[in-house]
Ligand binder design. Sequence first.
Ligand SMILES: [Zn+2]
Ligand SMILES: [Zn+2]
Length: 321
Amino acid sequence: MFRLIFLGTSASAPSAHRGLPAMVVAVDEHRYLVDCGEGTQRQILRSGIGFKRLNKILLTHGHLDHILGLGGLVSSFASWEEELDELDIWAGKPTLERVERLLYGVVLDYDNLEVVIRLHELSPGIIESHRGFSVSAVSVVHRGAGCYGFIFKEHDHRPFLADRAEALGIPHGEERRTLIEGHRITLANGRVVEPDEVLGETESGAKIAVIGDTGQTANLLEAVQDATVLVIEATFLQRDEEIAKRFGHLTAARAAQLAKDANVGTLILTHISRRYHEREVRDEARAIFPNTIVARDLEQYQVKRNSGLSRLTDAVAETSD
Ligand SMILES: [Zn+2]
Ligand SMILES: [Zn+2]
């Protein structure tokens, strides 16, 4: 099960109701902060999720609206006497170089603050693989090299059929774990039980695709295919298609077309420009892909392998931007 927490959903500059890009993807005990626009610290506080274990940061690219919040966040981490003294940051090479200048040239240099920061240069492929899920990076075409999107994927699994196990008289504990791991066991009465006897049909895990700023979609089709949820930018509307192209951004319609072509479950649009009303963005996308939501700051969602997406917070009121 994944939790998605939208901290900032604005493009380029904040508005009265939208902060700069940042969101958290939480799964098991892991929490990933994807992008860290200016003001992210305050949004974390307002969201109530706290800073604990928020020590993995994935950066889509190095534009300032996506990274400036790192300065304040790292400065706070470094001054607190809590266990948040280690930080892993993943990004493409040009982004890492910029982050390095920001952190070591200014933030940490100034007060001689100490925090262990590990910078990891991204390339397409798996970033981390854990017991229940993996995170991988996919190349994204925006302005400049080294832009990435992120795919969070629960491992596929076969559910354990407890009633069958009960009927076969399989004791709780070690024997059941062995079967779940795919190995046969022999019961005390000599009966051999094969994993197939107590494991159901394979269920595919939930898949979350978080794509930051991007000007192209064709190259993303395979990576986001069948995603339970696709989170992607929609900075422009179709009437401003030319500007979108010039700046390497999508229109709401193009984002929706990608969701449709890739057979996505739910489309969540973010990186919303102040030039439009939210409703216009939503309506343009829904005309192509009806199951579209425009993210608002501080909204939280849950994504499960069988039931898809559900909202955890009360709907944040619609605003004029
Ligand atoms: Zn941006
Ligand atoms: Zn950008």
